[in-house]
Design a binder for this molecule. Sequence first.
Ligand SMILES: [Zn+2]
Length: 273
Amino acid sequence: MTASAPSGSGDVALPEPGAFDGHTHMDIMGLPVDGVLADARAVGITRVLNAGCDIPSSRWSAARAAEHDGAYAAVAIHPNETGSVDDRRAEVLAELAELAAQPGVVAIGETGLDYYRDWAAPQVQRWWFRAHIDLARQAGKALMIHDRDAHSDVLDILDETGPWPPDSVVFHCFSGDAAMARRCAEAGYIMSFAGNVTFKNASDLREAALVAPAELIIAETDAPYLTPAPHRGKPNSPAMTAHTVRFLSELKGLGLADFCAQLQSTGKRVFRW
Ligand SMILES: [Zn+2]
């Protein structure tokens, strides 16, 4: 079975405000946050979750979440950055725990494993992934996972550290196939689809989105990366989540307003905002 790309993702606001961008990097976009949030709001994306990758971006994310209505934060050391903080484990974890307790910080992420890049040794990445898991448990926040070319190790570590309560684990920029989506669905993990689900060559990802139950799906941009069709080649931004939301609702044959309402309720369950 090949899932082909539905057409018709237009530049129009979503009918039901309350969808959200579940993972972005406004600090890397480098534009005024007020404008980015206003552009997103104008198309029905009323919440934007900024993910930290290191201590400075985690601090930045928490500070913006405290300042701006509609901005939320996740804090963590990205797996690719773990090598650069590995000689300061206790200090860095203490600061992350402090940030995690701030209002508007709704998840620990992005954390996980990245075997595509070799910036940090796999055993170092695994140590930090487990440390972030402890942190998420202690803080009672969702765990937001970056998994690149590391599906089986990520799933194994989640199994070892489980069982996980419902709505507590999010696969950011889900990159698995239908089999992986089935496994995630059984475990109750949330699958967050980014703009790459709209790409022509992404039939595996579309098959995964077809398998994933609607109540376990969220949408994100991972801006400034992964701009969805029909805007590929342009810079991405949280407002573009609207395209991915439309695309997913068409792909799954769900009414757009119903799907937005579903996203809104999933966001509340997972991030408790
Ligand atoms: Zn990211």
